[in-house]
Design a protein around this ligand. Structure first.
Ligand code: C2E
Ligand code: MG
Ligand code: MG
Length: 478
């Protein structure tokens, strides 16, 4: 380009004198064009690197800076650690939805400005996605220094944002990853900062969290579970164990509790406490819950068809299933399809949720009761259900949580609590089942205090269908 200009000048200088003025104009015009070109080039360059709303670096350029930083860093030399901070605006979605994107944009601009002002010029601040910002801190001497920087950011964000006539209290969650401790590639550093940011939001708003290895394991576990759980039913990986429930006065087997298991092809048997919360979070609880109900009812019907004395099967249901408007109809259909009489089906609801959502599920509970299904409050003693709730909703059984049974024969306080629960149940005409009975002493105490039923390792842990059949055999065929 410059050679062309040079050539043009030389050519013009060799021309006749009359052309000198014109020559001057052409020459100065070329210089202006050159300057203008340079300006445009700089502008294009600027916009290619910047986020147009906040003026901070954009995502693509942030990644380029990060790659460059990785290349520069000599991992052997101590002191060459650098860090990525990733943060978001916890309230952004609501503000955007309720007050509109114009206010939302103003919040983003102000947030970006405060970030920029909280750190040093050498720190590289970017807006990577909607309300997600990242900072590359090029050299960190120790975690303390980083912590001070993070605290300064949190301090600056905590002052209310004033946009027009509105005042907003904004909070942020910060995730941190450190090179080379948390990874030597941009992908893993970003991923880990992101995980830490999400975790930070779960733990506490306005709290920063430095990436830890255990977080990664937790997240990996979450992902394989989430992926595989949706296929567990179609792959035939779910199955039920049954734990026998005995009537204490007659020592006879009266029911079984269905307990769900997941046989994962790589990870073996996974217990419900691990995957039920995930199933609830992802909505899979509805299909899994239907599967459990159907299989438990069919199994109980099969035992009856085989000629064993009828017993009831007790199925744990999640509060989300009970909140689903068509749950009563689903249960009715399952009873019909499995051909099980409704008196042989009990449903267990954990006390904590029952107490919290009692009014919301009232209609469904009454519908289930009218079908002839018995309802049990599980883990009783751990929540705060009121007596009137229990009476109004026609609850049939209370299952005393195993934390009260454990030590009931030794601990005077537990002893008093269990006695009180037993007399409460009697006065309300509700049956009692003691969970987690493990010793003869516990059973003796329960018998002396007229507790109705018991289940626990003393009798049997959760067992396979065939084992239950052997127990039913002992109990006798009708
Ligand atoms: P839960 O309904 O209170 O079930 C009793 C739990 O205590 C079972 O654990 C059982 O194996 C265990 N257990 C029984 N007897 C004893 C004993 O003597 N000592 C001790 N230490 N433990 C005993 P599991 O099978 O791991 O189930 C845990 C929880 O998962 C259940 O607590 C229930 O809330 C939930 N769950 C199980 N199956 C299902 C299901 O199909 N749907 C739903 N929504 N939740 C389920
Ligand atoms: Mg239960
Ligand atoms: Mg329980």
């Amino acid at each position: 380009m410059s050679k062309q200009f040079g050539d043009a000048k030389f050519h013009k200088e060799g021309m006749v004198k009359d052309n000198a003025v014109e020559d001057y104009y052409i020459y100065s015009n070329i210089n202006e064009i050159k300057e203008e070109d340079e300006k445009i080039k700089n502008q294009i360059d600027y916009f290619a690197k910047r986020d147009s709303l906040t003026g901070l670096y954009n995502r693509d350029y942030f990644l380029t800076l990060l790659e460059h930083q990785i290349l520069q860093s000599d991992t052997d030399a101590r002191g060459d650690r650098f860090s990525i901070l990733m943060m978001n605006i916890n309230e952004y979605r609501e503000i955007n939805e309720v007050l509109g994107y114009i206010i939302g944009d103003e919040i983003l601009k102000e947030f970006g400005l405060r970030l920029r002002n909280s750190v040093q010029p050498k720190d590289m601040v970017a807006r990577c996605e909607k309300d997600q910002f990242s900072i590359l801190v090029p050299d960190i001497k120790d975690l303390e220094e980083l912590r001070t920087k993070i605290n300064r950011i949190l301090d600056n964000i905590s002052t209310p944002f004033i946009i027009g006539d509105n005042e907003f209290q904004i909070t942020t969650s910060i995730g941190v990853s450190i090179y080379p401790d948390d990874g030597m590639e941009s992908v893993s550093l970003i991923r880990k900062a992101n995980i830490a940011m999400k975790k930070s939001r779960e733990v506490d708003i306005n709290e920063s969290i430095v990436y830890r290895d255990s977080l990664d394991k937790e997240t990996q576990e979450y992902f394989w579970m989430k992926n595989d759980l949706s296929k567990a039913i179609s792959r035939g990986e779910l199955f039920l164990n049954y734990q026998p429930i005995y009537e204490i006065s007659t020592n006879s087997l009266v029911g079984v509790e269905a307990l769900l298991r997941w046989n994962h092809k790589k990870r073996g048997i996974v217990l419900p406490s691990k995957f039920i919360p995930l199933a609830e979070k992802t909505g899979l609880i509805h299909s899994i819950g239907d599967w459990v109900l159907m299989n438990a009812c069919k199994q109980n019907r099969t035992w009856q068809d085989q000629g064993y004395n009828p017993i009831y099967v007790s199925v744990n249901v999640s509060i989300l299933q009970l909140e689903y408007p068509g749950f009563g109809e689903i249960v009715e259909r399952i009873l019909e399809e499995s051909n099980l009489d409704s008196r042989y089906l009990h449903l267990e609801i954990t006390e904590t949720f029952f107490a919290q959502k009692c009014q919301l599920i009232e209609k469904t509970i009454k519908q289930l009761s009218s079908l002839g299904i018995k309802l049990s409050i599980d883990d009783f003693g751990t929540g705060y259900s009121s007596l009137s709730q229990l009476c109004q909703l026609n609850i049939h059984n209370l299952k005393i949580d195993r934390s009260f049974i454990n030590g009931v024969d030794k601990n005077i306080n537990k002893n008093k609590i269990v006695r009180a629960i037993i007399s409460l149940a009697k006065s309300l005409n509700i049956k009692l089942i003691a969970e987690g009975v493990e010793t003869w002493e516990q059973l003796k105490f329960l018998k002396e205090n007229n507790c109705t039923m018991a289940q626990g390792y003393l009798f049997s842990g959760p067992a396979e269908t065939e084992q239950i059949e052997r127990m039913l055999m002992e109990y006798g065929k009708s």
